[in-house]
Design a protein around this ligand. Sequence first.
Ligand code: PBG
Length: 323
Amino acid sequence: MLIQRPRRLRKSQAVRDLIAETRLSISQLVEPVFFCEGNQIKVSIITLPGLFRFSPDLLLKHLEGSLELGIKSFALFPALPENKKNSQASESLNEKGLVPETIRLIKKTFPEATIFTDIALDPFSSDGHDGLVQDQKILNDETVKVLAQMAVVHAQAGADFVSPSDMMDGRVGAIRKSLDENNLIETGIMAYSAKYASGFYGPFRDALGSAPKFGDKKTYQMDTRNSHEAIKEVGLDIEQGADIVMVKPALSYLDIIAKVKQNFPQTPLAAYNVSGEYAMVQAAAARGMLDLDRVILEVLTSIKRAGADIIFTYHAREAAKLL
Ligand code: PBG
């Protein structure tokens, strides 16, 4: 006789659904979208099969489709022409720039959509780094001043959450302070707190033409070999006013997601299923090496099971159709 037979709880789909510990919900997905200046533009991104860079008018059409599928939250990533970039990343502070204008357009058309905007200088910087550069060094405090102003520009345009992804020290506190000084108390901060220097960002940088022009991002993004440091970073961001914290990338860092959730269960935790993770799955599926739908659900479920509350994923629309 066997007293315990775990297979009894796997006997049918209904029983498995009854006892499932992890549940995926569309309401916890955030769809990242790429956009550029112009009109009637929809360009395929070669390294991210199935994804496009849209001009604002066609971005609206795309968002309408996503909203119909039940996706309500979006992360905006601008692609700027090289002639709008400079060493001071000054276009990042233009109140009439591509990002604030697009936020206003989306908010006017779809007030129900929740908008996350990226706070970092790389799309605007001729150096392709997240911060200001001097003598090939990434300046911290000077960068933080710009980021704090940039957050105000996005918040005034209607962003729901500004999302510092730059990994400068002290940026969350500085952003919270400048938002509050400008009476933007309702704008939240979703901090990319444990963001690793990762090879999995490659396709994203291709999508935006934002790869660093020299060196890499290892003096500000975290070292893959560390996990205690992730706890330190998340703790600092919460102390400084982050409403939501993030671990990025997701799949090679599931242990970090689990640790952060254990240490800070009271703070909503996001994980970013990044561009390289998406590209790997799409490339293998395109070659018939795996079943796309099944793997998408497995990937997203594993990120939730590890402890994420919110998932940023390029699979959002495909997943929404499956859920
Ligand atoms: C820029 C930024 C990056 C991503 C989000 N914001 C790239 C980077 O840090 O180089 C990566 C997203 C992805 O790969 O899907 N600060």
